[in-house]
Ligand binder design. Structure first.
Ligand code: ADP
Ligand code: MG
Ligand code: MG
Length: 202
């Protein structure tokens, strides 16, 4: 279901969304953060694609390991280490597998979502990217097969669900009640990551 090629295609698409929506992500972070999320994501994914283009791979796990290492080293702020951890956990979960099927991806995304929460000391309902990753994992486990349109809808709803939330983690938490009414920037970038995944799985 995920091959070395489609794993790379996933990152190429994610990068396209990050570049196209750089200004939008920055706008979201301007409302409740420090206005750098678009810059962080566009730089990080640009570097990811560059790294993947320069390398050749024998397995999917190594693709994700390079994604993780690149995001950790090239993206500052909270999101770099958090996304780095997510892709590192995903890499570890598919290590040694010749084919990465629906169940492997489920296990990988579950490990990734847990990794983000451990690293961020966060949980659902705190208006962070966790509010996208956790519902996606739950949804994934309920499906007998992955419908791309349904995945995208699920992710979009999860991102929208952060709007009425009050932030209790990250920079947005400094704003307390004033964080209400805005989509969390990291949930929006996670939406692009999963929208890209839905597209390569379609
Ligand atoms: P910074 O806040 O350091 O400038 P970014 O703007 O790149 O970093 O990323 C901010 C995003 O990171 C938030 O919108 C949120 O989704 C996510 N985030 C911040 N802190 C945490 C945390 N403790 N746990 C999970 N996600 C977090
Ligand atoms: Mg920021
Ligand atoms: Mg910052």
């Amino acid at each position: 279901m995920l091959t070395i090629q489609s794993a790379q295609d996933w990152m190429v698409k994610a990068n396209e969304y990050m570049q196209e929506n750089k200004a939008y992500l920055t706008e979201l972070d301007q409302a409740i953060g420090d206005s750098d999320h678009g810059i962080n994501m566009s730089r990080g994914f640009q570097e990811v694609v560059k790294k993947l283009e320069q390398s050749s791979y024998d397995d999917v796990a190594t693709v994700f390991k390079d994604v993780a290492m690149t995001l950790m080293s090239k993206v500052g702020g909270a999101s770099g280490p958090l996304y780095g951890t997510a892709f590192l956990k995903l890499s570890m979960a598919v290590k040694g597998k010749d084919t990465v099927d629906k169940g492997d991806i489920a296990a990988g995304l579950d490990a990734a979502a847990q990794g983000i929460q451990q690293r961020g000391k966060s949980t659902t309902g705190e208006k962070t990217m966790v509010d996208v990753w956790v519902p996606v994992v739950s949804w994934w486990n309920e499906q007998s097969e992955i419908d791309a349109a349904d995945l995208e809808k699920t992710v979009e709803e999860a991102m929208e669900s952060t709007k009425p939330m009050k932030a209790t983690k990250g920079r947005a938490s400094y704003l307390k009640e004033k964080s209400v009414g805005h989509i969390d920037p990291g949930s929006a970038s996670s939406y692009y990551i999963f929208k890209s995944l839905a597209e390569v799985l379609a």
